[in-house]
Design a binder for this molecule. Structure first.
Ligand SMILES: NC(=O)c1ccc[n+]([C@@H]2O[C@H](COP(=O)([O-])OP(=O)(O)OC[C@H]3O[C@@H](n4cnc5c(N)ncnc54)[C@H](OP(=O)(O)O)[C@@H]3O)[C@@H](O)[C@H]2O)c1
Length: 238
């Protein structure tokens, strides 16, 4: 039975990843900040005979990452999904009004935590036949797309854009460190999706985005390590 560890699995894209992998019979380690309040996730876990389990993880608190790695030390993890992420309210933070404490928080959540997660779960990944690390990225982290006339409006969102761009580089760098172990690391944009983060007017529904992302992930091999994908399988320009 293949297995996946998902951060931020209590809502949005993380919950949909958990739902779809569970429906396909995967072993799902569903991690979130407060399992006691994760009602939708608990409902999903019910009736799966232990195939979906809830685990406490606050990616801003690295002690909880270490604790989860210890709790799962005997497990095999085929796919590590670094999904948890945050962004700032762009309107409240134009140039000149940047909140630097919030920038540190966004950077720790979106950039440092995926690196720490990956480092902490190498033993479980090494035990698997699949050996895949996936981190949710965004077109907003692309240098190429932060240009006049491109698909996305340029400028703004300093905290989120820089954290995803730095995460992209972190994962590309890590891909070289992990390759000798046979572990692939990729980043993927789910597209603009109607979640709390994406907002109600985003182009894609959650089910559509995650079905498509999963199809892309299913087709990856170690030859794809270090790449940046779009949810439809195209490579994204850095
Ligand atoms: N939606 C989009 O259009 C879009 C586009 C591109 C990329 N992405 C990326 O996709 C990922 C998921 O986004 P989403 O749209 O599902 O966002 P969302 O609806 O805002 O959900 C974010 C998830 O991350 C969790 N999280 C945040 N900080 C955390 C922390 N410190 N520790 C543990 N969990 C934490 C949240 O948990 P709580 O409930 O505890 O807050 C929640 O489960 C993010 O990395 C995001 O950057 C989304």
């Amino acid at each position: 039975m293949p297995s996946v560890l998902i951060s931020g699995a209590n809502r949005g894209l993380g919950l949909e990843f958990a739902r779809q992998y569970a429906a396909d019979g995967w072993r799902v380690f569903a991690a979130c900040r407060d399992p006691a309040k994760a009602v939708k996730l608990a409902d999903l876990a019910k009736g799966t005979e232990g195939k979906v389990t809830l685990h406490r993880l606050n990616v801003l608190d690295f002690d909880t990452i270490d604790a989860l790695a210890k709790e799962l030390s005997g497990e095999t993890i085929d796919v590590l999904l670094n999904n948890a992420g945050i962004m700032e309210n762009a309107a409240a933070m134009p140039f000149g009004k940047i909140d630097y404490a919030r920038w540190e928080q966004v950077f720790k959540t979106n950039t440092l935590a995926p690196a720490k997660m990956t480092q902490s779960f190498v033993p479980q990944l090494e035990r698997s036949g699949r050996k895949l690390v996936v981190t949710l990225s965004s077109g907003l982290g692309s240098m190429t797309d932060n240009t006049d006339g491109k698909r996305l409006k340029p400028g703004g969102l300093y905290l989120y854009r820089t954290s995803k761009a730095a995460m992209n580089m972190t994962m590309r760098n890590l891909s070289f460190g992990l390759r000798p172990k046979g572990i692939a690391a990729v980043v993927i944009s789910p597209g603009h999706v109607r979640t709390d983060m994406g907002g109600p007017t985003a182009a894609l529904g959650i089910e559509e985005s995650i079905s498509s992302v999963r199809k892309v992930l299913d087709g990856l091999t170690i030859a794809d390590t270090g790449k940046f994908f779009f949810y439809d399988g195209r490579e994204y320009p850095w």
